[in-house]
Design a binder for this molecule. Structure first.
Ligand SMILES: Nc1nc2c(ncn2[C@@H]2O[C@H](COP(=O)(O)OP(=O)(O)O)[C@@H](O)[C@H]2O)c(=O)[nH]1
Ligand SMILES: [Mg+2]
Length: 313
């Protein structure tokens, strides 16, 4: 499954974030705690330069607490920035963010000086919800991503911190195919750009490996299914997803599993582990190298053909 992102959109998003950065002292990058690697924007580190940053793993109520801890450590180690898990309905946790930001910029503390912060992240990670939670009132529209508001109001939050009311919009990871289906599974890809079956099949394989008991509990199964197909067949039958001739309607059962996963009804689940990502990245490197080799061989062949043809004339 490949996410379609157009270079024009990506450039526009990058330019908007770039334009806002000079006014900003600190960047808060929001990630989805269920996919703490795949919801990261590959470009942001380069864009922010030396500017202090805080990574926030939002929706941690939907994620596996043990893996959230591992991912926080992973991000802090990799980027040398502070990382924090939040859920937007936990007010004390939200209140700790401004004081954390203030501590990151000690030289900016003092009378009259304010710290300007900007929230950035890919669609659907919880940026607007976080802005509203920090502001203590509704200033940003949540849910469906609206067109970028041009206003960019400053909102005073706490501890001498001001926040831009419009989040920086970024695009998701597009090279790693594994990231693609996980982004779709949590709802960061438009429904029209995905097929439930393409998303649910690899997700089911992951669930069978990492969370088999949750499947057994949720769907009242007698045993852990031996493979992905058996899982959909059994769950489909249990949920009455039978089509013609009593065969399981895979589209329907796939949609049920993805919907229940998204809403947290399968329990708190994280869809990637640091080890899994390391493996995928190593595989991706091999594939990209193979693609590059193929491309350069094609180029050489074309040159040789051109040369041979034109020597004869
Ligand atoms: N369970 C849960 N849902 C959240 C949390 N934060 C945001 N959401 C939901 O995630 C969806 C997307 O949030 P939104 O703030 O619009 O994301 P944005 O596109 O990054 O601005 C909304 O339905 C929110 O209600 C959270 O901490 N926990
Ligand atoms: Mg939003």
């Amino acid at each position: 499954m490949q996410i379609q992102w157009f270079p024009g959109h990506m450039n526009k998003a990058r330019n908007e974030v770039k334009a806002a950065l000079p006014k900003v002292d600190l960047l808060i990058e929001v990630l989805d705690a269920r996919i703490p690697y795949s919801s990261e924007n590959p470009m942001l580190r380069e864009l922010r330069g030396d500017k202090p940053a805080l990574k926030v793993l939002a929706k941690s109520d939907l994620a596996d607490p043990q893996l959230t801890q591992q991912w926080l450590e992973w991000h802090e180690r990799k980027d040398g920035v502070k990382a924090k898990a939040i859920t937007t309905d936990n007010i004390p946790l939200i209140r700790s963010i401004p004081s954390l930001c203030a501590k990151m910029l000690p030289h900016k503390q003092g009378e009259g000086s304010r710290i300007m912060a900007m929230i950035a992240g890919i669609p659907n990670v919880g940026k607007s919800t976080l802005i509203n939670a920090l502001a203590g009132r509704t200033v940003a529209k949540t849910g469906n991503e609206a067109a970028v508001t041009k206003s960019q109001q400053r909102i005073n939050i706490a501890n001498g911190i001001s926040l831009l009311d419009t989040p920086g919009m970024l695009w998701p990871k597009i090279e790693n195919p594994g990231s693609g289906f996980r982004l779709a599974a949590v709802g960061s890809v438009k429904e029209t750009a995905m097929e439930y079956e393409d998303v649910a099949a690899p997700i089911m394989k992951y669930l069978l490996k990492y969370y088999p008991d949750r499947l057994v509990d949720r769907y009242g199964l007698d045993d852990v299914p031996t493979d992905m197909l058996e899982a959909f067949d059994t769950i489909g039958a249990k949920r009455g997803c039978l089509g013609k001739r009593g065969l399981v309607d895979y589209e329907r059962v796939c949609k049920i599993v993805i919907t229940e996963l998204r809403s947290g009804r399968l329990g708190p689940i994280t869809l990637e582990t640091p080890e899994l990502i390391e493996t995928e990245l190593a595989e991706l490197e091999v594939e990209l190298a193979a693609r590059a080799k193929e491309k350069s061989e094609r180029k050489l062949k074309r040159k040789a053909t051109f040369k041979a043809r034109n020597q004869r004339t």
